[in-house]
Design a protein around this ligand. Sequence first.
Ligand code: NAD
Length: 413
Amino acid sequence: MSKVKDPSLAPQGELKIEWARAHMPVLRKIQARFEKELPFRGITIGMCMHLEMKTAVLGQSLMVGGATVTITGSNPLSTQDDVAAALAASGAHVYAWRGVTPQEHHENLLRVLGHNPRVVIDDGGELSVAVHTERQQLIPEMIGACEETTTGVHRYRALEKDGLLKYPVIAVNDTYTKFLFDSQHGTGQSALEGVMRATNMLIAGKTVVVGGFGWVGRGIALRAKGLGAKTVVTEVDPVRALEAVMEGHRVMSMKDAAKIGDIFITATGCKQIITSEHFAEMKDGAVLANSGHFDVEVDVRALRQLAVSTRTARQNVEEFKMRDGRRLYLLAEGRLVNLAAADGHPAEVMDMTFADQALCAEYLVKNKGKLTPKVYGVPPDIDKTTARLWLETHNLSIDSLSPEQSRYLNSWE
Ligand SMILES: NC(=O)c1ccc[n+]([C@@H]2O[C@H](COP(=O)([O-])OP(=O)(O)OC[C@H]3O[C@@H](n4cnc5c(N)ncnc54)[C@H](O)[C@@H]3O)[C@@H](O)[C@H]2O)c1
């Protein structure tokens, strides 16, 4: 049972999934083991993730491992309808289509929970928040959850801090093989790709303002610089601001940056990064995009109120005409630009992240009943396994410590 936009799009979606799978050798290796060992036999896994081709490969790997998979999208604009159709055709219960309303999104979350999942894989904490608030009857049987992104980890930690978290959660986001590669290089590349696909603008010579210099922001700033942009970073953390300075970016307040930026990309996980006071200062033609999890970083409501008229300038580009004649361009409604206006991260980086997800889900099942309701880091073995498999599958070898070197490193003498 599934609810997708058009089931006849499945063959087109399967082609995309095949392409992703071909570039995800680590997950293929894990899947081959799952096929023999069936670690998820009899278990339903509920997922709320950006439903595009790499996510479908993860879902299919879990099914090969014996799971029943039920999934909805984690953002109204990131679902690819052909991929959703193909995943449904391959046996998952899919409730997702591009452009869901908030009401439909909520209904889809509850449809996923209607399958009584015992493991949750979340991107933003949405399924688990729904379990904790609306479907508490699922809690006694729940084995645990894995969380994909920074914003979701914040929400799970907040639940834990308030003493409300009811099952163990693994913060998959917080592991090296996730944030060093996926958040930094994956989002760095794909956010710029989203801006370029949406606008067809030249990046070289432009002033690109990046809001936040975390893992995502530093990746975006690095790629923008590599494309020839003059990069500006805004921050609230002095250490991160200092890092940005040392990496060659200009650092200033958003109020100052607003006056000089050509392209703005937010990646803070916080809200109201670009607001009315900034829109008032911006140049004619400034482009606004967001790569943080929720659509709260650019104050879109205020932009609508300030505008005398709006129109769709191109796909994923909305033009806002200001009273003084300036035009500001908002990409993808202020939602994740890399997923809404491009294909998200390249498969090679999602291969690592989703290997972490698959292995963490397996870890939760293997340790059923042994973990308490708190937010756990990814077991270090899993991080190392993923990194080792990635190197192996790319025919890269590294050295290993000799016994003498090991002794030397472990000695105080
Ligand atoms: N687009 C994607 O595909 C994608 C991928 C990974 C993460 N994310 C999302 O991107 C966001 C950032 O993730 P991250 O891992 O880089 O987080 P992070 O915590 O490493 O970095 C966020 C940075 O923003 C700064 N910041 C916070 N509030 C600010 C403000 N008001 N003004 C300026 N700077 C501010 C923080 O000091 C921090 O340095 C999160 O919402 C995360 O979920 C998106």
